[in-house]
Design a binder for this molecule. Structure first.
Ligand code: AHG
Ligand code: MN
Ligand code: MN
Length: 336
C-alpha cells in the first residue's frame, strides 16, 4: 500500500482544490503534532502521573482532570508561536487567549475541547481532542470574544483526534472527511480512510438514558419508538451504545452509522443541553455534514446557529440523515 502522510495529503489537496493555503496547512500540522503529544501522555497513564483530578474547576463548574489541563497547555504552547493564529479559545479557559505580542499573528482562530470524555480518562476508555478553525474577521486588531461569534457554517476546518487502541485524526477542510492513523513507531500520520460517508439509514442510537425522566416529549416519543422495535411504529429493532466520550460515539457513527443525541431537558431550562456549541457541536456538525449526515439542535442545523457566548450550550442530534430528520421533525410537530 502506498502510504500518504498528512503533510502529503494537505499539499495535494491544496494543489487539486485550492482549499488549504499554507498557513492553514501549518495550523493543521501543528494541531496534529500537539495531539501526538497528548496521545503520548494519555498512553503513559499512571506511569506518567497524568491520571486523576487537578483540584480545580473550569468555567462550566466541572472538576478538571490533570489531563484536561495538560492537554490544554500542550495545545496552547504548540500553537502560540507559529504565526498562523490570532487567538485561541478552549473549554478549559474562561476567556479567549490572544496570541502574545512577542509572536507574529495570523489570520486564523482556533477553538478546542482539549480532552473530550474526561470521565473516561481514569478507566482507560477512548477519549479525544476536538477542534474548530475559523477566520479572524477582516481588519481585526485586538481579538475579543465577539470576533469568535461566527456560525459553524463559517468554519474553514474541523477535526478530532481519538486516543484509543489506535490514535487517529479525523479531518475536514470542507471537502469531505478523511481519517489518518498515527504510526507510533514512525511518529507520522498516515491516511487510512478517504471520504468517509455516514449511511443514511441506521438501527443504532446513542443517548444517556439515565436522563430519560427529564427529557422533553419529542425525545421521549422518539426513544420509545426505537425501543418498541420491529413491531413498533418504526418497524425495526434498534441497538444502543453510549460511550460518554462524544468523540468516540461520533467516530463509531462515521464508520457504521447511528444517531447521537444529547438533548436539552427539563432540569435546567436555561441550559440547552450539556454540550458546547463552539468547540464540540460545531466541529462535529461540520464533520458529520461533510460525511453526508445531518446535525441539528432539534429545530435547525447546528451550523446555522448564531453563537452568543463562547461557552454556550446546545442540544445535539447528529448522525445518519434519516433518523436525525425524524427526531427533528418530531420537535416541529409537537407530540400527539
Ligand atoms: P468533556 O469531557 O469535554 O466535558 O465532554 C464530555 C461530554 C461528551 O464527550 C459526552 O458525550 C458527554 O459529555 C457525556 O455525558 P454524560 O456524563 O451525561 O454521559
Ligand atoms: Mn467534551
Ligand atoms: Mn473536555
Amino acid at each position: 500500500m502506498k502510504r500518504v502522510s498528512l503533510t502529503q495529503y494537505l499539499v495535494e489537496e491544496q494543489r487539486l482544490n485550492n482549499s488549504i493555503p499554507a498557513e492553514l496547512r501549518l495550523l493543521i500540522e501543528v494541531v496534529a503534532r500537539a495531539c501526538k503529544t497528548i496521545s503520548h501522555a494519555v498512553g503513559k497513564g499512571a506511569l506518567g502521573e497524568v491520571l486523576g483530578s487537578a483540584e480545580s474547576e473550569n468555567i462550566q463548574g466541572e472538576v478538571q482532570k490533570k489531563l484536561d489541563i495538560l492537554s490544554n497547555e500542550i495545545l496552547l504552547e504548540a500553537n502560540e508561536w507559529g504565526g498562523h493564529l490570532a487567538a485561541m479559545a478552549s473549554e478549559e479557559m474562561e476567556s479567549i487567549h490572544p496570541i502574545p505580542n512577542r509572536y507574529p499573528k495570523g489570520e486564523y482562530m482556533l477553538l478546542f475541547d482539549p480532552l473530550d470524555g474526561s470521565s473516561n480518562i481514569d478507566v482507560n476508555v477512548t477519549i479525544g481532542t476536538i477542534f474548530s478553525v475559523i477566520k479572524a474577521p477582516d481588519g481585526m486588531a485586538m481579538p475579543t470574544e465577539k470576533d469568535f461569534m461566527q456560525a459553524g457554517d463559517l468554519q474553514v476546518a474541523a477535526g478530532y483526534a481519538l486516543y484509543g487502541p489506535q490514535t487517529m485524526l479525523v479531518l475536514t477542510t470542507g471537502n469531505g472527511v478523511n481519517c489518518f492513523t498515527l504510526d507510533r513507531e514512525m511518529g507520522s500520520w498516515v491516511l487510512t480512510q478517504k471520504n468517509m460517508q455516514i449511511p443514511a439509514e441506521t438501527q443504532e442510537f446513542a443517548i444517556n438514558a439515565s436522563n430519560s425522566r427529564h427529557w422533553y416529549p419529542p425525545v421521549t416519543r422518539y426513544v420509545d419508538e426505537m425501543l418498541a422495535g420491529k413491531t413498533g411504529p418504526l418497524g425495526k429493532d434498534f441497538n444502543m451504545r453510549w460511550i460518554a466520550s462524544m468523540v468516540t460515539d461520533v467516530h463509531r457513527i462515521l464508520n457504521r452509522g447511528g444517531i447521537f443525541m444529547y438533548p436539552a431537558d427539563a432540569r435546567e431550562p436555561d441550559k440547552p443541553g450539556k454540550l458546547r456549541l463552539m468547540y464540540e457541536a460545531n466541529p462535529m456538525a461540520m464533520i458529520v455534514e461533510q460525511a453526508g449526515g445531518m446535525a441539528t439542535d432539534g429545530h435547525q442545523r447546528i451550523l446555522a446557529i448564531q453563537p452568543q457566548k463562547l461557552h454556550q450550550r446546545v442540544a445535539v442530534f447528529l448522525g445518519s440523515k434519516n433518523e436525525v430528520a425524524r427526531v427533528t421533525a418530531y420537535h416541529q410537530v409537537g407530540v400527539p
